[in-house]
Design a protein around this ligand. Sequence first.
Ligand code: A3P
Length: 339
Amino acid sequence: TKTNNDTKSSHDDLAITLDYPKFSGLGHYDLYQYQGFWCFAKVIESIKDFQQNFKASETDLVIASTPKSGTIWLKALAFAIVNRFRYPCSSVSKNYHHHPLLTVSPHDLVPFVEFKHDTLDNDHLRFTKNNPTHDSPCRLIATHIFYPSLPESIKTGTTKCKVIYLCRNPRDIFVSLWLFINELRAQLPESNDYHPSLSIEEAFEFFCNGVSVFGPFWDHVLGYWKESLENPHKVLFMKYEDLKKERKTQLKRLAEFIGCSFTLEEERQGVIEDVSSLCSFEHLKNLDVNKNGSRKRTVNKAYFRKGEIGDWENHLTPQMVKRLDSLMEEKLQGSGLVF
Ligand code: A3P
Protein backbone atom coordinates (compact mmCIF):
# COMPACT_ATOMS: atom_id res chain seq x y z
CA THR A 1 0.00 0.00 0.00
CA LYS A 2 0.98 3.56 -0.70
CA THR A 3 1.91 5.56 2.39
CA ASN A 4 1.18 9.25 2.73
CA ASN A 5 4.81 10.03 2.22
CA ASP A 6 4.99 7.95 -0.97
CA THR A 7 2.05 9.85 -2.43
CA LYS A 8 3.49 13.15 -1.40
CA SER A 9 6.92 12.52 -2.82
CA SER A 10 5.53 11.39 -6.17
CA HIS A 11 4.08 14.90 -6.58
CA ASP A 12 7.32 16.54 -5.59
CA ASP A 13 9.87 14.46 -7.47
CA LEU A 14 10.72 17.24 -9.86
CA ALA A 15 11.54 19.87 -7.28
CA ILE A 16 13.24 17.56 -4.84
CA THR A 17 16.02 17.12 -7.35
CA LEU A 18 16.14 20.86 -7.99
CA ASP A 19 16.93 22.05 -4.51
CA TYR A 20 14.62 25.08 -4.25
CA PRO A 21 13.72 26.45 -0.81
CA LYS A 22 10.85 24.33 0.43
CA PHE A 23 7.83 24.89 2.68
CA SER A 24 5.93 21.91 4.04
CA GLY A 25 3.34 23.64 6.21
CA LEU A 26 0.45 23.19 3.77
CA GLY A 27 0.52 19.47 4.38
CA HIS A 28 -0.72 17.98 1.10
CA TYR A 29 1.79 19.37 -1.39
CA ASP A 30 4.99 21.15 -0.53
CA LEU A 31 5.59 24.64 -1.84
CA TYR A 32 8.88 25.57 -3.49
CA GLN A 33 10.26 29.05 -3.91
CA TYR A 34 11.09 29.70 -7.54
CA GLN A 35 12.26 33.15 -8.67
CA GLY A 36 10.87 34.71 -5.49
CA PHE A 37 7.39 33.17 -5.49
CA TRP A 38 6.04 30.03 -3.84
CA CYS A 39 4.54 27.35 -6.05
CA PHE A 40 3.97 23.63 -6.36
CA ALA A 41 6.73 21.45 -7.78
CA LYS A 42 4.61 20.41 -10.74
CA VAL A 43 4.36 23.89 -12.16
CA ILE A 44 8.06 24.74 -12.24
CA GLU A 45 8.79 22.83 -15.45
CA SER A 46 5.81 24.43 -17.19
CA ILE A 47 6.93 27.88 -16.11
CA LYS A 48 10.40 27.21 -17.49
CA ASP A 49 8.88 26.05 -20.77
CA PHE A 50 6.86 29.26 -20.89
CA GLN A 51 9.89 31.40 -20.13
CA GLN A 52 12.11 29.70 -22.66
CA ASN A 53 9.75 28.96 -25.52
CA PHE A 54 6.94 31.48 -25.53
CA LYS A 55 7.26 33.97 -28.38
CA ALA A 56 4.74 36.72 -27.89
CA SER A 57 2.87 37.98 -30.92
CA GLU A 58 1.09 41.30 -31.51
CA THR A 59 -2.32 40.02 -30.58
CA ASP A 60 -1.48 37.93 -27.53
CA LEU A 61 -3.27 38.75 -24.31
CA VAL A 62 -1.94 37.60 -21.00
CA ILE A 63 -4.34 37.44 -18.05
CA ALA A 64 -2.24 37.71 -14.91
CA SER A 65 -3.49 37.62 -11.34
CA THR A 66 -2.95 36.66 -7.75
CA PRO A 67 -4.80 33.44 -6.98
CA LYS A 68 -8.39 34.01 -5.77
CA SER A 69 -8.66 37.53 -7.15
CA GLY A 70 -11.44 36.46 -9.53
CA THR A 71 -9.19 35.20 -12.33
CA ILE A 72 -11.88 32.92 -13.70
CA TRP A 73 -14.20 35.92 -14.03
CA LEU A 74 -11.62 37.98 -15.89
CA LYS A 75 -10.89 35.02 -18.17
CA ALA A 76 -14.58 34.77 -19.03
CA LEU A 77 -14.92 38.52 -19.59
CA ALA A 78 -11.82 38.79 -21.78
CA PHE A 79 -12.87 35.74 -23.81
CA ALA A 80 -16.38 37.09 -24.28
CA ILE A 81 -15.17 40.56 -25.31
CA VAL A 82 -12.51 39.37 -27.73
CA ASN A 83 -14.76 36.81 -29.40
CA ARG A 84 -18.03 38.75 -29.35
CA PHE A 85 -18.38 39.03 -33.12
CA ARG A 86 -17.92 35.32 -33.61
CA TYR A 87 -19.90 34.35 -30.52
CA PRO A 88 -22.67 36.85 -29.69
CA CYS A 89 -23.25 37.31 -25.96
CA SER A 90 -26.93 38.23 -26.13
CA SER A 91 -29.20 35.43 -24.96
CA VAL A 92 -31.76 36.41 -27.62
CA SER A 93 -29.25 35.96 -30.45
CA LYS A 94 -29.91 32.81 -32.43
CA ASN A 95 -26.26 31.72 -32.11
CA TYR A 96 -26.10 32.32 -28.37
CA HIS A 97 -26.38 28.65 -27.47
CA HIS A 98 -23.09 28.00 -29.32
CA HIS A 99 -21.20 30.28 -26.99
CA PRO A 100 -18.18 28.33 -25.63
CA LEU A 101 -18.61 29.84 -22.16
CA LEU A 102 -21.90 27.94 -21.82
CA THR A 103 -20.21 24.55 -22.03
CA VAL A 104 -16.48 24.97 -21.35
CA SER A 105 -14.79 26.14 -18.14
CA PRO A 106 -13.11 29.54 -18.52
CA HIS A 107 -10.01 27.78 -17.19
CA ASP A 108 -9.99 25.59 -20.29
CA LEU A 109 -10.77 28.43 -22.70
CA VAL A 110 -7.98 30.56 -21.26
CA PRO A 111 -5.54 28.09 -19.77
CA PHE A 112 -2.90 28.83 -17.16
CA VAL A 113 0.57 28.34 -18.61
CA GLU A 114 1.76 26.79 -15.38
CA PHE A 115 -1.10 24.31 -14.93
CA LYS A 116 -0.69 22.37 -18.17
CA HIS A 117 -1.17 19.15 -16.25
CA ASP A 118 -4.65 20.33 -15.18
CA THR A 119 -5.83 21.62 -18.55
CA LEU A 120 -8.04 19.36 -20.62
CA ASP A 121 -6.78 20.47 -24.03
CA ASN A 122 -3.35 21.91 -23.66
CA ASP A 123 -2.58 22.22 -27.38
CA HIS A 124 -3.05 25.90 -26.72
CA LEU A 125 0.03 25.78 -24.55
CA ARG A 126 2.46 24.20 -26.98
CA PHE A 127 4.45 27.32 -27.58
CA THR A 128 7.00 25.81 -29.88
CA LYS A 129 4.60 25.06 -32.72
CA ASN A 130 1.87 26.93 -34.49
CA ASN A 131 -1.30 25.96 -32.82
CA PRO A 132 -3.85 24.74 -35.37
CA THR A 133 -6.65 24.64 -32.81
CA HIS A 134 -6.37 28.30 -32.12
CA ASP A 135 -9.16 30.18 -33.89
CA SER A 136 -9.66 33.27 -31.73
CA PRO A 137 -8.57 36.72 -32.96
CA CYS A 138 -6.23 36.79 -29.94
CA ARG A 139 -4.29 34.11 -28.20
CA LEU A 140 -5.48 34.30 -24.60
CA ILE A 141 -3.35 32.75 -21.91
CA ALA A 142 -3.22 33.14 -18.15
CA THR A 143 -0.62 33.03 -15.43
CA HIS A 144 -0.08 33.57 -11.72
CA ILE A 145 3.69 34.09 -11.93
CA PHE A 146 5.43 37.34 -10.86
CA TYR A 147 5.82 40.08 -13.45
CA PRO A 148 9.64 39.87 -13.64
CA SER A 149 9.33 36.13 -14.37
CA LEU A 150 7.26 36.63 -17.52
CA PRO A 151 9.06 35.70 -20.76
CA GLU A 152 11.24 38.47 -22.17
CA SER A 153 9.19 38.56 -25.37
CA ILE A 154 6.18 39.71 -23.35
CA LYS A 155 8.01 42.27 -21.21
CA THR A 156 10.53 43.84 -23.47
CA GLY A 157 9.91 42.56 -26.96
CA THR A 158 8.89 44.91 -29.71
CA THR A 159 5.52 43.18 -29.87
CA LYS A 160 2.45 44.87 -28.49
CA CYS A 161 1.40 41.83 -26.51
CA LYS A 162 -0.63 43.07 -23.55
CA VAL A 163 -1.03 42.02 -19.95
CA ILE A 164 -4.24 42.43 -17.95
CA TYR A 165 -3.71 42.12 -14.23
CA LEU A 166 -6.42 41.49 -11.66
CA CYS A 167 -6.04 41.78 -7.90
CA ARG A 168 -8.36 42.03 -4.92
CA ASN A 169 -8.46 43.19 -1.35
CA PRO A 170 -6.01 40.97 0.58
CA ARG A 171 -8.56 40.28 3.32
CA ASP A 172 -10.90 38.62 0.83
CA ILE A 173 -8.02 37.02 -1.07
CA PHE A 174 -6.76 35.39 2.11
CA VAL A 175 -10.17 34.04 3.13
CA SER A 176 -10.92 32.76 -0.38
CA LEU A 177 -7.49 31.10 -0.61
CA TRP A 178 -7.74 29.47 2.79
CA LEU A 179 -11.17 28.00 2.01
CA PHE A 180 -10.01 26.93 -1.47
CA ILE A 181 -6.99 25.08 -0.07
CA ASN A 182 -9.25 23.24 2.35
CA GLU A 183 -11.67 22.45 -0.47
CA LEU A 184 -8.81 20.94 -2.49
CA ARG A 185 -7.71 18.94 0.53
CA ALA A 186 -11.20 17.57 0.93
CA GLN A 187 -11.04 16.37 -2.68
CA LEU A 188 -7.78 14.50 -2.17
CA PRO A 189 -8.01 10.72 -1.99
CA GLU A 190 -8.22 9.50 1.62
CA SER A 191 -4.78 7.93 1.39
CA ASN A 192 -3.42 11.44 1.02
CA ASP A 193 -5.06 12.74 4.16
CA TYR A 194 -2.19 14.49 5.96
CA HIS A 195 -4.30 17.04 7.84
CA PRO A 196 -8.09 17.21 7.60
CA SER A 197 -8.03 20.96 7.19
CA LEU A 198 -5.75 23.91 7.65
CA SER A 199 -6.86 26.16 10.51
CA ILE A 200 -7.43 29.80 9.70
CA GLU A 201 -4.82 30.75 12.31
CA GLU A 202 -2.15 28.59 10.66
CA ALA A 203 -3.03 29.77 7.18
CA PHE A 204 -3.04 33.39 8.30
CA GLU A 205 0.40 33.07 9.85
CA PHE A 206 1.77 31.62 6.59
CA PHE A 207 0.10 34.34 4.50
CA CYS A 208 1.50 37.15 6.68
CA ASN A 209 4.94 35.56 6.47
CA GLY A 210 4.71 35.76 2.70
CA VAL A 211 4.17 32.04 2.20
CA SER A 212 1.10 31.60 0.03
CA VAL A 213 0.57 30.08 -3.39
CA PHE A 214 2.30 32.46 -5.85
CA GLY A 215 2.99 34.79 -2.92
CA PRO A 216 4.16 36.86 -1.18
CA PHE A 217 0.92 38.62 -2.08
CA TRP A 218 2.45 42.13 -1.83
CA ASP A 219 5.42 41.33 -4.09
CA HIS A 220 3.03 39.89 -6.67
CA VAL A 221 0.82 42.94 -6.70
CA LEU A 222 3.63 45.48 -6.60
CA GLY A 223 5.44 43.95 -9.58
CA TYR A 224 2.42 44.41 -11.85
CA TRP A 225 1.40 47.70 -10.23
CA LYS A 226 4.77 49.33 -10.92
CA GLU A 227 4.82 48.08 -14.49
CA SER A 228 1.27 49.38 -15.08
CA LEU A 229 2.43 52.84 -13.98
CA GLU A 230 5.58 52.80 -16.09
CA ASN A 231 4.04 51.12 -19.08
CA PRO A 232 0.27 51.65 -19.10
CA HIS A 233 -0.10 50.44 -22.68
CA LYS A 234 1.50 47.14 -21.76
CA VAL A 235 -0.14 46.39 -18.39
CA LEU A 236 -3.71 47.16 -17.36
CA PHE A 237 -4.16 47.00 -13.59
CA MET A 238 -7.67 46.02 -12.48
CA LYS A 239 -9.31 45.44 -9.13
CA TYR A 240 -12.05 42.91 -8.36
CA GLU A 241 -13.91 45.48 -6.28
CA ASP A 242 -14.01 48.00 -9.16
CA LEU A 243 -15.30 45.29 -11.49
CA LYS A 244 -18.06 44.49 -9.03
CA LYS A 245 -19.04 48.10 -8.32
CA GLU A 246 -18.67 49.78 -11.70
CA ARG A 247 -19.07 46.89 -14.09
CA LYS A 248 -19.90 48.91 -17.21
CA THR A 249 -17.06 51.41 -16.83
CA GLN A 250 -14.56 48.63 -16.17
CA LEU A 251 -15.72 46.54 -19.12
CA LYS A 252 -15.32 49.56 -21.40
CA ARG A 253 -11.86 50.14 -19.98
CA LEU A 254 -10.98 46.49 -20.55
CA ALA A 255 -12.24 46.42 -24.14
CA GLU A 256 -10.47 49.67 -24.95
CA PHE A 257 -7.18 48.37 -23.54
CA ILE A 258 -7.48 45.16 -25.52
CA GLY A 259 -8.03 47.23 -28.65
CA CYS A 260 -11.61 46.29 -29.38
CA SER A 261 -13.67 49.08 -27.78
CA PHE A 262 -17.44 48.79 -27.74
CA THR A 263 -18.91 50.98 -30.47
CA LEU A 264 -21.72 53.43 -29.73
CA GLU A 265 -24.02 51.15 -31.66
CA GLU A 266 -23.00 48.20 -29.48
CA GLU A 267 -23.58 50.28 -26.38
CA ARG A 268 -27.05 51.17 -27.63
CA GLN A 269 -27.77 47.52 -28.30
CA GLY A 270 -26.77 46.60 -24.71
CA VAL A 271 -23.74 44.50 -25.68
CA ILE A 272 -21.85 45.51 -22.52
CA GLU A 273 -24.76 44.35 -20.36
CA ASP A 274 -24.88 41.11 -22.37
CA VAL A 275 -21.19 40.42 -21.72
CA SER A 276 -21.72 41.25 -18.07
CA SER A 277 -24.72 38.91 -17.69
CA LEU A 278 -23.08 36.08 -19.58
CA CYS A 279 -20.09 36.24 -17.20
CA SER A 280 -21.94 37.07 -14.00
CA PHE A 281 -21.25 34.95 -10.94
CA GLU A 282 -24.83 33.66 -10.76
CA HIS A 283 -24.89 32.71 -14.43
CA LEU A 284 -21.50 31.01 -14.64
CA LYS A 285 -21.85 29.25 -11.30
CA ASN A 286 -25.10 27.60 -12.33
CA LEU A 287 -23.98 26.29 -15.70
CA ASP A 288 -23.69 22.52 -15.76
CA VAL A 289 -20.00 22.61 -16.72
CA ASN A 290 -19.13 24.82 -13.75
CA LYS A 291 -21.44 23.04 -11.33
CA ASN A 292 -20.76 19.42 -12.16
CA GLY A 293 -17.74 19.42 -14.45
CA SER A 294 -14.20 18.74 -13.42
CA ARG A 295 -10.73 19.29 -14.70
CA LYS A 296 -7.93 16.79 -14.34
CA ARG A 297 -7.25 17.64 -10.72
CA THR A 298 -9.98 19.99 -9.50
CA VAL A 299 -13.74 20.15 -9.62
CA ASN A 300 -14.97 23.28 -11.39
CA LYS A 301 -17.40 24.32 -8.70
CA ALA A 302 -14.46 25.06 -6.36
CA TYR A 303 -13.86 28.24 -8.39
CA PHE A 304 -17.31 29.65 -7.66
CA ARG A 305 -17.89 30.14 -3.97
CA LYS A 306 -19.57 33.39 -2.87
CA GLY A 307 -18.31 35.96 -5.35
CA GLU A 308 -18.80 38.84 -2.93
CA ILE A 309 -16.87 41.76 -1.56
CA GLY A 310 -16.28 41.60 2.21
CA ASP A 311 -16.76 37.93 3.14
CA TRP A 312 -13.65 38.41 5.31
CA GLU A 313 -15.99 39.90 7.93
CA ASN A 314 -17.35 36.41 8.55
CA HIS A 315 -13.94 34.88 9.15
CA LEU A 316 -11.26 37.30 10.35
CA THR A 317 -10.91 38.46 13.95
CA PRO A 318 -10.34 42.20 14.61
CA GLN A 319 -6.74 41.32 15.55
CA MET A 320 -6.19 39.60 12.22
CA VAL A 321 -7.61 42.56 10.34
CA LYS A 322 -5.36 44.93 12.25
CA ARG A 323 -2.27 42.84 11.57
CA LEU A 324 -3.04 42.39 7.89
CA ASP A 325 -3.81 46.06 7.38
CA SER A 326 -0.62 47.26 9.01
CA LEU A 327 1.39 44.67 7.09
CA MET A 328 -0.09 45.91 3.82
CA GLU A 329 0.52 49.51 4.80
CA GLU A 330 4.16 48.69 5.46
CA LYS A 331 4.66 46.63 2.31
CA LEU A 332 2.80 48.94 -0.08
CA GLN A 333 4.13 52.15 1.44
CA GLY A 334 5.09 54.74 -1.12
CA SER A 335 3.69 52.75 -4.04
CA GLY A 336 0.42 54.67 -4.30
CA LEU A 337 -1.47 51.36 -4.25
CA VAL A 338 -4.18 51.03 -1.64
CA PHE A 339 -6.84 48.44 -0.95
P1 A3P B 1 -14.74 33.79 -3.22
O1 A3P B 1 -14.00 32.60 -2.71
O2 A3P B 1 -14.52 35.00 -2.34
O3 A3P B 1 -16.18 33.55 -3.47
P2 A3P B 1 -9.90 32.83 -8.88
O4 A3P B 1 -10.62 32.61 -10.15
O5 A3P B 1 -8.79 33.82 -8.99
O6 A3P B 1 -9.50 31.54 -8.24
O7 A3P B 1 -10.93 33.55 -7.88
C1 A3P B 1 -12.00 32.88 -7.32
C2 A3P B 1 -12.86 33.90 -6.59
O8 A3P B 1 -13.61 34.66 -7.55
C3 A3P B 1 -13.87 33.25 -5.68
O9 A3P B 1 -14.10 34.18 -4.62
C4 A3P B 1 -15.07 33.14 -6.63
O10 A3P B 1 -16.29 32.92 -5.99
C5 A3P B 1 -15.00 34.48 -7.32
N1 A3P B 1 -15.70 34.50 -8.63
C6 A3P B 1 -15.71 33.52 -9.55
N2 A3P B 1 -16.45 33.90 -10.61
C7 A3P B 1 -16.91 35.13 -10.36
C8 A3P B 1 -17.75 36.04 -11.07
N3 A3P B 1 -18.25 35.73 -12.26
N4 A3P B 1 -18.03 37.23 -10.49
C9 A3P B 1 -17.53 37.54 -9.28
N5 A3P B 1 -16.75 36.71 -8.55
C10 A3P B 1 -16.43 35.53 -9.08
